[in-house]
Design a protein around this ligand. Structure first.
Ligand code: NAP
Length: 248
């Protein structure tokens, strides 16, 4: 166990990549807080972790709501006296041509993906600075590098901004021994991509040199590395997990 007794928050942990990261962090000994906008899904993941002998808690937190985020972070800090790991995973996606994106679509995607990452990071950073330790891991996307292939421009723009924010935050927190990195997944099989592809993966497979769609565990393994002391000299880095779909 390389993360024994570390206190971790995973946002959007009710399913998909967030769930896999929460399960993996707990398997490495962390005390995991599974947050999700849907409290029942978060509770189910915490229960799954507990049934495997892990330490987990859950809370309904909408990451786009600053007051709720700050209150939830304060509650965790009061209980544990520290916060070691934050995984900004919560994200939403929409498939739409630019001409069809409404102002409210734009605001909603940016509010969850970008503002949510900012709000959660800002809420934990004073604690991590005081501790002079911490790991923040953000979820970017290949779409934020190439402009999006199947997804809307608002989603791609939000993920490009998350990856740039990762670098700004990494510079800000480096003097305090806090590492901030991002993972840029390619096509990973989750509810999100099921909705986008309608389950037709064939055209994506052609673009992936490793010849398979990614699994949530492929991302979780990298998150565990980034959360661990083994990644102590990495900061401001964006790690592609895309089967070779984009090599930059
Ligand atoms: P997912 O299956 O849709 O899971 C996202 C989770 O976030 C869901 O449980 C969702 O809850 C939750 N969520 C949505 N809005 C939220 C909010 N305002 N506050 C808190 N939680 C919220 O997505 P995924 O595929 O696992 O994606 C996880 C992250 O990886 C996202 O940031 C995504 O952009 C990124 N990513 C995914 C892929 C991929 O191929 N899957 C590729 C690149 C990047 P509900 O379902 O209840 O709404």
């Amino acid at each position: 166990m390389i993360l024994k007794n570390q206190v971790a928050i995973v946002t959007g942990a009710g399913g998909g990549i967030g769930q896999a990261i929460a399960v993996a962090l707990a398997a490495e000994g962390s005390h995991v807080w599974a947050w999700d906008v849907d409290g029942k899904r978060a509770a189910a993941v915490a229960a799954e972790i507990q049934s495997r002998g892990g330490q987990a808690f859950s809370e309904a937190v909408d990451v786009s709501q600053g007051e709720a985020v700050r209150a939830a972070v304060a509650g965790i800090y009061n209980k544990h006296g520290r916060i070691d790991i934050l995984v900004n995973n919560a994200g939403i996606c929409q498939v739409a041509a630019i001409s069809d994106i409404t102002e409210s679509d734009w605001d909603r995607i940016l509010a969850v993906n970008l503002k949510g990452t900012f709000l959660c990071s800002q809420a934990v950073m004073a604690i991590m600075k005081r501790q002079r330790s911490g790991k923040i891991i953000n979820l970017g996307s290949v779409a934020g590098k190439v402009g999006g292939i199947a997804v809307g421009a608002h989603y791609s723009a939000s993920k490009a901004a998350v990856m740039c924010f990762t670098k700004s935050l990494a510079r800000d927190l480096a003097p305090f021994n806090v590492n901030v990195n991002a993972i840029a997944p390619g096509v990973i099989a989750t509810d999100m991509t099921q909705t986008i592809t309608g389950g037709d993966w064939a055209k994506y497979l052609e673009t992936i040199p490793l010849g398979r769609i990614g699994m949530v565990e492929d991302v979780a393994h990298v998150a565990i590395f980034l959360a661990s002391p083994r990644a102590g000299y990495l900061t401001g880095e964006i790690i592609d997990v895309n089967g070779g779909q984009l090599m930059d």
